[in-house]
Design a binder for this molecule. Sequence first.
Ligand SMILES: [Zn+2]
Length: 299
Amino acid sequence: MDQPVIALKIDVDTYIGTRDGVPRLLEILERFGIRATFYFSMGPDNSGKAIRRIFTRKGFLKKQLRNKAPSAYGLRTMLYGTLLPAPMIAASFPGILKETERKGHEVGIHCWDHVKWHDFLPWLPKPITALELGRAFSLFEEILGRRAKTTAAPGWTVSADSLEIQDALRLSHCSDARGYAPFYPVMGGKRFRTLQIPTTWPTADEILGENGITADTINDHYLTLLTPGLNVHTIHAEMEGRGLASCFTDLLERLLARGVRFVTLAEAAQQFGHDAGNSPLAMGELPGRAGEVAIQGHA
Ligand SMILES: [Zn+2]
């Protein structure tokens, strides 16, 4: 009963991550009989525009250099939306979304335009935010033939507006925050009714290069974080599905050897969501990450 449980949350941010990272992850997960939750970016890949964060976000350039971002994401990805046109992601690979669902994974929506949401959410008028999600939802339904039931905000960026729009979409659960346990968010004096399943572990890009952690030792670090009950680990198709694929495979082997049970976020919501209370949710800083993320506070 104290068995550790892990929900793997897989963010798919880019065209390349969808094309190359997702099939690789599907193959790795199938090998171990693990089902996970994939959140797809549905619209244009404007990754090149993220370059402007060098000028607007303290720590962004340092993080990109530490992660060797150009080699992790590929040079073309770094130019999409600037020198190269932004390719449409889900519309280019509808078969990959279908295949992910067919293999038994949970499929949800990350966003329409990752860079726009991540960089501009606080300044977007509410109808524009609703339109961003609306476009993603309609393409999702066109491809998978059903309505999406879950979303995960790009870069863990939320606002009271985005939470209100989520409530209106009547989703079963979302994963927009960093925190410690499932909760109902309270933001801007309002309590929202969509269950949040927060990410409890740091991402690879946050801890690689910090405190001497390398790809060879990162899994030792992750094993120290494993707790009884629900753990939520966010990985990226662009990283764990590409350059970090063998490292991620090793992590799964070691977690299974420890008796970890893997669930989707929908299953986590069912199994761990019943006693969720209200928690304040606010944007704040996390070690190793440039800019702010939504963090679950203590009630
Ligand atoms: Zn993302």
